[in-house]
Design a protein around this ligand. Structure first.
Ligand code: CAA
Ligand code: NAD
Length: 340
């Protein structure tokens, strides 16, 4: 088992002035505040684009005492997740949103591990939040294993973008089903303030209440949703991205990718155009979402597969995470559109 303190402190810079927007880390709490809360310890599974952010914001909350950050893909995936967290904390320090003591406090709560048994620790965790690849079979296999490892009271929460929470929960014992919910964070987790809380038919009130409180504790606005494909945001956003890709396939717009993106940024006020956004989400994840929906809802005309998306994923061009998608990327910095 590795602690982040073994690898990361040297990259944290000098102590800046404290800044109000990081109040979550420093707010004083009374004992009665704390006794009402049931989630104090967190496990996160998968330290990719989403998981590392969830680990970071959980560890940044004064209500959370520890975060066990696990990745099934092993050490390389853990190192990548850790370095993303360090980069984000560094950015916040440079912008004087947190001090180096704050950053050390966050890092000191996180234990990184590639051993799933760490999630069966006798003291918890109160919740595990899963953010692994968007594949129903792989998620079900993980939940089956976790069910035998975690205490019976641990809440299981999936960050799935599109899968049915009820289908994932078929992998766990009947008694766990009331403690199984969806908890859908948005990318980038550090900046996006919404979480969709998904209540499957068997999800219990106590688990839903606890995760609603958890969302408040990590500074997020929570909205409860039914277990429908894409919940609210992705049901609206992903079909719009698909339409943009189909325009590209049909060559509807002379200027292609940058012009379609400019239309939605400048004409509709979106912070990112649809191709920029798809690169940001990950083209593999976008395709996983559509694969699942097309299989489950073949007659829904909103769920179709654009040829350009299939071509990009086939060539390993997955967007920001692989350095190229519809745009070139230099780390987190977007470059020019890819020609052709
Ligand atoms: N950690 C900490 N701070 C960060 C950060 C990080 N990872 N990334 C950026 N920041 C900080 C920057 O330092 C900057 O700070 P200052 O204001 O002090 O300068 C601030 O955040 C804003 O950053 P930028 O100037 O780089 O970015 P921006 O103003 O262009 O906004 C954005 C970035 C919030 C991502 C914005 O472009 C946006 O809202 N894009 C749309 C994102 C979106 O739609 N997400 C949802 C995707 S769909 C999804 O998530 C669901 C799914 O299941 C697929
Ligand atoms: P990512 O590709 O960045 O990370 C994938 C994670 O899955 C990694 O931790 C990796 O180690 C793990 N993984 C890969 N193959 C695996 C396997 N065979 N078995 C077990 N684990 C495996 O993906 P991400 O963008 O962080 O997405 C993770 C989850 O969050 C998905 O369910 C996705 O739909 C959801 N989500 C994604 C976004 C987004 O914008 N990318 C937003 C909200 C929710």
């Amino acid at each position: 088992m590795l602690r982040i303190t073994e690898v990361g402190r040297s990259t944290l810079r000098s102590t800046p002035k404290k800044y109000g927007s990081f109040h979550l880390l420093t707010r004083n709490l009374s004992a009665s505040d704390e006794s009402r809360r049931s989630i104090h310890t967190v496990g996160t599974i998968g330290q990719g684009l989403m998981g590392h952010g969830i680990t970071q914001i959980a560890a940044s909350s004064p209500h959370i005492s520890s975060v066990i950050a696990y990745d099934p893909s092993g050490q390389a995936a853990l190192e990548a997740g850790k370095s993303r967290i360090l980069k984000s904390l560094d950015k916040m320090m440079q912008r004087e949103k947190i001090t180096s003591d704050d950053a050390e406090g966050v890092l000191g709560k996180i234990v990184f591990t590639d051993d799933i048994a760490a999630l069966g620790n006798i003291e918890g965790p109160d919740i595990v939040i899963e953010a692994i690849i968007e594949d129903l079979g792989i998620k079900q296999k993980l939940y089956g294993e976790l069910d035998g490892i975690c205490p019976p009271t641990t809440i299981f929460a999936s960050n799935t973008s599109s899968l049915s929470v009820e289908s994932m929960s078929t992998a766990v014992s009947d008694s766990r089903k009331e403690n199984f919910v969806g908890l859908h964070f948005f990318n980038p987790v550090q900046l996006m303030k919404l979480v969709e809380v998904i209540r499957a038919p068997a999800s219990g009130d106590a688990a839903v209440d606890a995760v609603m409180q958890f969302c408040e504790d990590v500074g997020r606005k929570a909205v409860q949703c039914k277990d429908t494909p894409g919940f609210v945001v992705n049901r609206l956003l992903v079909p719009a991205v698909v339409q943009a890709m189909e325009m590209l396939d049909r060559e509807d717009v002379l200027g292609g990718v940058p012009d379609i993106d400019a239309c939605m940024q400048l004409g509709a006020g979106h912070p990112m155009g649809p191709f920029h956004l798809a690169d940001y989400i990950g083209l593999d994840t976008t395709k996983f979402i559509l694969d699942g929906w097309i299989e489950s809802y073949p007659d829904n005309p909103s769920f179709t597969m654009p040829a350009c998306l299939v071509k990009k994923v086939k060539s390993g061009h997955l967007g920001r995470k692989s350095g190229q998608g519809f745009y070139h990327w230099d780390g987190d910095k977007r470059g020019d559109p890819v020609k052709g």
